[in-house]
Design a protein around this ligand. Structure first.
Ligand SMILES: *Cc1c(COP(=O)(O)O)cnc(C)c1O
Length: 388
């Protein structure tokens, strides 16, 4: 047997957690108040301040926040909601949950984001809302979308599930949508294991979403646990159980405090990829648009037909080298769950192409320089370029 250097496997993503999270969790456990309580309130307050929005409602997931947003906006059967097909399937599912019809629209070929033009092509007489998505963290160009939607009295919901820490014209994404949803899933830039947030401008929608979160129990269900007030168990309408726990929120507050540092490191790693891969024929890299900066939730590349190998070929070369990579976001209209549904959409040219040609490379806070160079060298070799 020949001696071989076994290189550690490079994972695709890994949450950055440390002693501070452990301490915060221990404190909550010791307090005995592990449900939705003071830590959730603290996390909501910290999040709304940081994201420059009035109301923040913590939820069990981003999917739950999407569902609450649509219910709060009064979207239901007979309504059409424009959504990009190139997104997490939760975006379209939330529309289906409320009995409305998701109408898929295409995306910009460079950013992978929905635009005013692609939305316009998907409008119907029944369009009541649009869910815009910051694809893989890339800020959506919201101003022209707002203008279009305001003209037609269409509610704008932003699915910033991947975009905490991304900026649009210097401000956090989501500040100008009617409602914005966020994800703290374990793969996201800020994580609570599972978890989400709904941020809202309108006070009446926020109040309704807050009660809907916990079985529509009014009037102040949030301080049930630690409060001496008897709980009022009156449900005003059919609600949900979409609560976050104090265990999660305590971790979330620690994570939020590190957001700037995490985004800076992600952008630094992305910069190393760009420096190492730019100029490789047939590999298109994603860069910041002129109107904003991405958090690089995912570093995706487009493998064009003129690249030396196919997307699948490159994926297996990376796998052979012990590097985890994956296909890019899959178009929702091509998922078995949606393929036979009537979703009234036109041709989704760029969505189809990006589904077939994009690939996501490892990117996480603790990804080390040696691994980054190993990934770059593997791609260089597969692409027929010389390793630097
Ligand atoms: C991650 C993500 C979701 C789903 O978030 P959960 O918290 O897992 O429900 C939805 N939309 C986008 C854009 C996402 O990135």
């Amino acid at each position: 047997m020949t001696a071989e250097i076994v290189l550690a496997r490079v994972s695709l993503t890994k949450p950055w957690l440390g002693a501070e999270e452990t301490e915060a969790l221990a404190e909550v456990v010791a307090s005995g108040l592990i449900g939705q309580g003071p830590k959730v309130k603290e996390f909501e307050a910290g999040f709304s301040a940081r994201q420059e929005v009035r109301h923040a409602i913590a939820t069990s997931s981003c999917t739950a926040a999407l569902h609450l947003a649509l219910v709060a906006a009064g979207i239901g059967p007979g309504d059409d909601v424009v959504v990009p097909s190139l997104s997490h399937i939760a975006t379209a599912n939330s529309v289906t949950y409320v009995g409305a019809r998701p109408v898929f629209c295409d995306v910009d070929p460079a950013t992978g984001d929905i635009t005013a033009e692609t939305i316009r092509a998907a409008l119907t007489l029944d369009t009541r809302a649009v869910i815009v998505v910051d694809h893989c963290g890339m800020p959506v160009d919201l101003d022209p979308i707002r203008e279009l939607c305001d003209r037609h009295e269409i509610t704008v919901i932003e699915d910033a599930g991947s975009a905490v820490g991304s900026l649009y014209k210097g401000r956090p994404v989501g500040t100008d949508a009617d409602m914005t949803v966020w994800s703290f899933h374990s793969d996201k830039v800020v994580t609570t294991g599972e978890g989400g947030m709904l941020t809202i401008h309108r006070a009446d929608w926020a109040a309704r979403a807050r009660t809907l979160r916990e079985h529509s129990r009014g009037p102040s269900p949030t301080d049930g646990q630690g409060s001496v007030q008897p709980r009022q168990d009156v449900s005003l309408e059919i609600g949900f159980n979409y609560c976050m726990t104090d265990l999660q929120a305590a971790v979330g507050t620690v994570q939020l405090g590190r957001l700037a540092q995490v985004v800076a490191r992600r952008r630094e790693i992305a910069g190393m990829y760009v420096a190492g891969l730019a100029g490789l024929k047939g590999l298109r890299l994603v860069v910041d648009p002129p109107y904003g900066t991405t958090n690089f939730q995912s570093f995706w590349v487009e493998v064009q037909p003129c690249f030396a190998t196919s997307r699948e070929g490159l994926l297996s070369r990376l796998a052979d080298a012990g590097i985890s990579a994956t296909c890019g976001t899959m178009a929702t209209h091509r998922q078995p769950a949606y393929r036979w549904r009537e979703t009234g959409h036109a041709r989704l040219q760029h969505t189809d192409r990006l589904t077939d040609s994009s690939l996501i490379l490892p990117l996480f806070h603790e990804l080390d320089t040696v691994s980054i160079h190993r990934i770059i060298n593997t791609i260089q070799t597969a692409g027929g370029g010389s390793a630097p």
